[in-house]
Design a protein around this ligand. Structure first.
Ligand SMILES: Nc1ncnc2c1ncn2[C@@H]1O[C@H](COP(=O)(O)OP(=O)(O)OP(=O)(O)O)[C@@H](O)[C@H]1O
Ligand SMILES: [Mg+2]
Length: 332
């Protein structure tokens, strides 16, 4: 892809704290008008990468270009073209949503009249018009995050960085934020989003970069990443354990690899290439072989399985403890 189609490029970025590298050869390309998900466990380097690309943090080695400008040499040019929503909210609790947005506009050197016009437009875009005059402390978590997004969009940035935008939000608020992000991208903004939530990356990102210990260890669309660990599978449970082997033999020829038999669960798993025909095909083969089944399903690997496979740990944060789950909780 030619560089003019790219909103963000990073090549070999390194950032050292003491003798430890927070980024250790970080590469990234984000095409214009897309959402790129940067997915990684605690301490992987996500925030470091975002802060460097947003010119808030110096890097030691490598090169990055954001919105057509070199991050190291032209930080002011970059800054004019980006927005950032950090891990911690930046809005004032006592002020109303509208007052916050006007204040941000003024901070960005807009005139009073323009700051007010932008504030009104942003409240509308982020569906906050009704609550715009209330103090922020009365807002729900989802409304606050949307106000954060609105504040970061005051200058209509070309590239928007979102660092874990939905941490701690309930499902409904997360959906609201996701919808706002989709609206932005629909209007042409490029988004680089960090997350530990697989479903968030799955929902929003057309491209996912999995980051661990300061570098990208895998990249692709959500479905490409899922197929990394094998494609779709047909899984069925036979009624009678005595028929397990016969069931595996009967369905072997539709599989791309040998069927896997799990005796304890009376289950056979067959990896398939054509998911459209796989279910009826399995039903037919089992029927012909006279095998009764209790359950039959088409299963797609989840991004969490991909993540576990790649990093040896679950990505999704445990809501209650704020800790990343460990891989031990999963049976192999
Ligand atoms: N100011 C700092 N001084 C020393 N070490 C730091 C500093 N900031 C980050 N680090 C280290 O750099 C590594 C990457 O941190 P970073 O915050 O980028 O990770 P992250 O992927 O954003 O994690 P999280 O999911 O917890 O937000 C971690 O090992 C962290 O301890
Ligand atoms: Mg972080």
């Amino acid at each position: 892809m030619s560089s003019s189609n790219l909103a963000v490029t990073a090549e070999g970025l390194r950032k050292r704290y003491g003798d430890k590298y927070a980024l250790d050869g970080f590469d990234l390309t984000v095409p214009k008008g897309t959402v790129c998900g940067l997915l990684g466990p605690n301490g992987a380097g996500k925030t470091t990468a975002v802060r460097i690309l947003a010119t808030l943090l110096r890097f030691d080695e490598g090169r990055a270009v954001v919105a057509g400008h070199d991050v190291g040499r032209e930080p002011a040019e970059v800054r004019h073209r980006i927005g950032l929503v950090g891990q911690n909210a930046a809005v004032d609790e006592v002020l109303s949503g509208y007052q916050n947005l006007v204040m941000f506009g003024r901070l960005y050197h807009l005139g009073a009249r323009e700051a007010k016009a932008r504030a009104t437009a942003m409240l509308q875009q982020f569906r906050l018009t009704d609550t715009g005059s209330k103090p922020v402390k009365a807002y729900s978590g989802g409304m606050r995050r949307r106000l954060d997004l609105a504040a970061s969009m005051i200058l209509a940035p070309t590239v928007l960085f979102l660092d874990e935008p939905t941490v701690g939000l309930d499902p409904r608020s997360r959906n609201e934020v996701w919808q706002s992000v989709r609206d932005l991208v629909g209007a042409g903004t490029t988004v680089l989003l960090t997350t530990q939530y697989l479903d968030e990356a799955d929902q929003l990102a057309s491209q996912i970069n999995v980051i661990d210990t300061g570098r990208v260890i895998a990249e692709g669309s959500p479905s490409q990443l899922k197929s990394l660990i094998g494609g779709d599978r047909i899984e069925f449970v036979v009624h009678d354990t005595a028929q397990l082997d016969a069931a595996a033999r009967a369905t072997a020829r539709m599989g791309t690899t040998e069927p896997v038999v799990d005796t304890d669960r009376r289950q056979v798993s067959v990896q398939v290439s054509d998911k459209a025909t796989a279910l009826p095909e399995a039903v037919r083969l089992l029927d012909e072989a006279g095998i009764a089944i209790d359950d039959l399903a088409l299963r797609r690997p989840t991004l969490d399985e991909v993540f576990l496979h790649l990093t040896g740990q679950h990505a999704e944060r445990d809501e209650d403890s704020g800790q990343a789950k460990t891989g031990q909780e999963v049976s192999a």
